[in-house]
Design a protein around this ligand. Structure first.
Ligand SMILES: Nc1ncnc2c1ncn2[C@@H]1O[C@H](COP(=O)(O)OP(=O)(O)OP(=O)(O)O)[C@@H](O)[C@H]1O
Length: 698
């Protein structure tokens, strides 16, 4: 594939069929017609530099606007391509002046890119004119009215102009408007003495430094949105549980307060519920008879996926809950918020009554969703520095007894949103090498990360961290099946699986216990890949592990479904009760051991579905890092492939490492992939903060 693309790129003449040339002082240039440019876009799609969808969108624009200029058509195709890479808009300044930064095409595509850009305007003003002139583009200048004629593209004109597909522009401005409304503190009345008293009961006096958790609870009371970010184990759910207790203790209508818990995946939702419940019950001593925590836990019910909370309907983007049919909640806690994409955030905010409190928990440094938007990352732009206003700082001192160092004061205009955002900084779980590695990766400290990995690897097979760069993929497979030292691997799963082979369980409960044991054993270890394709990708490793287990007699792979096949669900199916990201396993059923059913562990409960009804699943010995978000494993092995390209980012490596609880292994196809991934932090273009900056105060 790679070879083919190279050959194509070297011989690719984008304008081979261009009709006319005109003499200029600099030599001949081509006067492009719409047909020439559309043909060039098709060739770019042939060479894999654009998707078919991207060139098709440009062709659609050309159909709508017979006078469309080449600059409009290329901007449209690039915008579509960027949306596919997770951006919500196209920054036109960069497109005009630094196209290679925007396009992200491989080095060998440079001649093609240059030949294309020779035909494009050299000044940003000319690009903008080409867009402004077209009837397919709605030109919006902040603060001025603009007529909506259903144009498919939106140009947000101004100092840093952005081109949007209409849908994403709508989502962004709606999200921004909801956030602005939710973070307005005017008129919020907090019963300060009561809150201060309860905060002191819920948090022990902190020995040194700022108690960010206590601060987060205090700030959350001031508006209708609270953003609590932090790395793994920094106590996000611990804090959210205290915030709930605080709300119950201080809200005038506490008896009626309706609380809901949600997360983007079923697994993350189940973890949230478990963790909130246990954190709340731990508070019994602190609250005594004053709060009935058990009743509170019962009233909250189960945590749900966002899709199920909003009422997803098959084959439509619409949800049952929206502004006209809002959710019936007063407090909504959403965990793993980094996985929420722009469209989902817009749907969530619209469905939430304006009086309800939204508490977003997540790690801003994790990978954003595959879909467009990096909403949590955008919302947390100021989280590290705080940017708290004098008013916020005075409130924090009065109510939470927290005096923040000067470095957290707002320097210039501060976003109201920043006054509702707190970053938790101390990890309670990750003090050791895994935590240190995650910190080094986040800071882009490649020498530090390498030194740590080398020192740990040399200390033996049982070390918390271990790495191998270069070598054969067979070693990855062997390690997954046998383990390194005595760290977790699939060895335990195969052992427990074997205990049930050919067994006729006397009682259903025995069968259930065995099924739970297999699922739990399987969940202790996971291989995470950067890419899907190739020997070092998900597909290749799943095949290789199946073959290896088959050869060892641990599984008998005689078809697609076999006893012990682990699968990940890839599409929500509310009717079957399974959701994107759920992991299940094909095992003999109790009633008919000759039949396989797929078992899922949902909290403590087993749920099973017939294999025939599960159409959208993939084998799950190896997963992409993206799909692993919201899960943790005792031992996580991260596999970096040289085919990773721009997928190998700092956030990908950080997310992979932070999925590991006790042991982390790194397998790199060739040396250097970790360093280059760490040097590539992801930047997603978005106008969300621009919209919010309109609300900044000085
Ligand atoms: N202030 C604290 N004092 C004592 N223990 C704490 C404190 N904060 C958190 N913990 C403990 O640290 C552990 C991790 O906390 P928690 O699960 O809330 O972190 P998290 O940020 O939600 O983690 P994750 O990223 O895995 O969701 C829990 O066992 C929790 O009880």
């Amino acid at each position: 594939m790679k070879g083919r693309r190279k050959a194509d790129l070297q011989t690719l003449d984008l304008f081979a069929t261009a009709a006319s040339t005109a003499a200029t002082e600099d030599g001949d240039t081509i006067t492009l017609t719409t047909a020439d440019l559309l043909a060039a876009l098709e060739r770019l799609a042939d060479a894999g530099l654009l998707r078919r969808l991207d060139s098709a969108l440009a062709a659609f624009v050309a159909e709508q606007d017979a006078d469309a200029e080449p600059a409009l058509l290329i901007a449209t195709a690039v915008l579509a391509q960027m949306e596919g890479r997770g951006h919500s808009c196209l920054p036109l300044q960069a497109l005009a002046h630094n196209p290679n930064e925007i396009l992200g095409w491989p080095k060998d595509a440079m001649p093609v890119q240059l030949s294309l850009w020779e035909q494009m305007p050299s000044r940003l003003g000319d690009w903008l004119q080409a867009l402004r002139r077209s009837p397919v583009v709605r030109v919006v200048t902040p603060g001025e009215p603009s007529e909506d004629q259903g144009q498919p593209l939106v140009l947000l004109d101004g100092a840093a102009p952005l081109l949007y597909m209409r849908r994403y522009w709508d989502y962004e401005r709606h999200v921004a408007a909801h956030i602005a409304q939710r973070t307005a503190t005017a008129g919020t009345d907090v019963n300060e003495p009561l809150v201060r008293n309860w905060l002191n009961r819920l948090f022990h006096a902190s020995a040194d430094g700022v108690d960010w958790q206590k601060l987060a609870c205090a700030l959350a009371l001031r508006g209708r949105l609270s953003v609590i970010t932090g790395g793994p184990g920094t106590g996000k759910t611990y804090t959210a549980a205290r915030l709930l207790a605080l709300l119950f203790a201080t809200a005038p209508d506490a008896g009626q307060l309706r609380v809901a818990l949600a997360a983007p995946t079923g697994k993350a939702a189940a973890r949230l519920k478990q963790s909130i419940d246990s954190s709340l019950l731990e508070l019994k001593g602190a609250v005594g008879q004053d709060l009935d925590l058990e009743a509170l836990v019962k009233r909250m019910g189960a945590a749900r996926t966002l899709h199920s909370l909003l009422g997803a309907r098959p084959d439509t983007r619409r949800f049952a809950h929206h502004a006209g049919n809002p959710l019936d909640v007063d407090v909504l806690i959403v965990d793993e918020a980094s996985m929420i994409h722009l469209e989902m955030m817009a749907a969530l905010l619209q469905a939430l009554p304006s009086t309800a409190r939204l508490i977003l928990l997540g790690d801003k440094d994790q990978l954003a969703s595959v879909e467009a938007g990096a909403v949590l990352g955008d919302l947390c732009r100021d989280a590290q520095q705080g940017h708290y206003t004098a008013d916020t700082l005075a409130y924090a001192e009065r109510v939470a007894g927290q005096v923040l160092p000067d470095s957290f004061k707002a320097r210039a205009a501060a976003l109201p949103l920043a006054q509702h955002t707190v970053m938790l900084r101390e990890s309670r779980r990750f003090g050791g090498p895994i935590g240190q590695l995650a910190l080094a990766v986040n800071a882009g400290d490649a020498p530090g990360a390498s030194a740590l990995l080398n020192a740990q690897t040399q200390s033996g097979l049982n070390a918390e961290l271990w790495a191998r760069e270069g070598g054969a993929v067979e070693a990855v497979v062997r390690s997954a099946v046998q383990g390194r030292g005595n760290t977790a691997s699939y060895a335990l799963y195969t052992e427990v699986l074997a205990q049930g082979r050919g067994q006729r369980f006397a009682a259903e409960v025995e069968h259930q216990n065995w099924v739970k044991a297999v699922l739990t054993a399987f969940d202790r270890y996971r291989l995470l890949c950067a890419v899907r394709e190739g020997d070092w990708g998900v597909a290749g490793l799943n095949r290789a592990i199946e073959a290896q287990l088959d050869q060892r007699g641990a599984i008998r792979k005689d078809g697609e479904w076999y006893m012990g096949r682990p699968v990940m669900v890839t599409r929500n199916d509310a009717q079957l009760g399974v959701f994107n990201g759920d992991i299940g396993m094909a095992l003999p059923s109790f009633a008919d051991p000759a039949r396989l059913r797929v078992y899922f562990l949902q909290g403590e409960q087993l749920h099973h579905v017939s294999t025939a009804r599960l159409a959208h699943v993939e084998t799950a010995f190896a997963l992409t890092v993206h799909k692993s978000q919201g899960s943790e494993f005792e031992h996580t092995a991260l596999v970096l492939s040289r085919q990773g390209g721009s997928v190998l980012s700092r956030e990908l490596v950080y997310t992979g490492i932070t999925r590991a609880r006790k042991a982390f292994s790194l397998w790199s196809e060739v040396p250097g992939l970790l360093g280059s991934a760490m040097g590539s932090p992801t930047q997603r273009s978005s106008g969300l903060l621009g919209f919010l900056e309109g609300t900044a105060s000085h």
